[in-house]
Design a protein around this ligand. Sequence first.
Ligand code: PGA
Length: 228
Amino acid sequence: MINQHLLVANYKANLTIREMEEWLKRATPKLNYIKEVAIALCPNFINLPLTSEKLRGTNLFVGAQDVSQFRHGAYTGEITVEMLKGLVRYCIVGHSERKKYFGENNHLIAQKVKLLQEYKIKPIVCLENSREAEELSDLIKSREIVIAYEPTFAIGTGEPETPTNAQKMAVSIKHYFGEATPVIYGGSVTPDNIASFLDQKDIHGILVGGSSLNPEEFVALVHQVAGI
Ligand code: PGA
């Protein structure tokens, strides 16, 4: 039984350290008493230690946006699970932007998922259709994951998927991954349309991109979900 919605803020390649500090200063006091929703903030790597430090002792979680498929070693520029351990609870994997701009494929994604699970970091695996769900369900053995349904046409376009189609996809995802796997939706979610997605029986949360950048807008999203 999945009884708490999960709201994930994916700031992508945005927010300098100073801007992240400001974001946290403005949003955290309005979020850290909320129990109805699980909230995970996923800043860029540079902002992870700061975010983790500032959120210590609150009920907000921290997540990363990606991780290396290597544990450690001579892989210039990589951030590994060993480095993330202790800093994050979640890690987004296989976002469509990673596929589009960095050539990631499902085999690589499955490798990353396996490593994260070994280090007890929960992967939030992004996919955009049933074919990918089927392929990934074959490649990923453990079901200790969250799946994010993220159709590319809806990402950053202001043209979200319809809640009915998102629900259909969630059912299809659960067909491949099992009923107990939480499915969240991402793509042009705003305070105005968030409720229509969370009203769907098999959608357990939201991955928020653009609407997470402004702290007041993100707080409004959370408050909407928490019924405040
Ligand atoms: P968006 O991004 O909310 O800006 O559409 C969603 C995502 O990519 O996770």
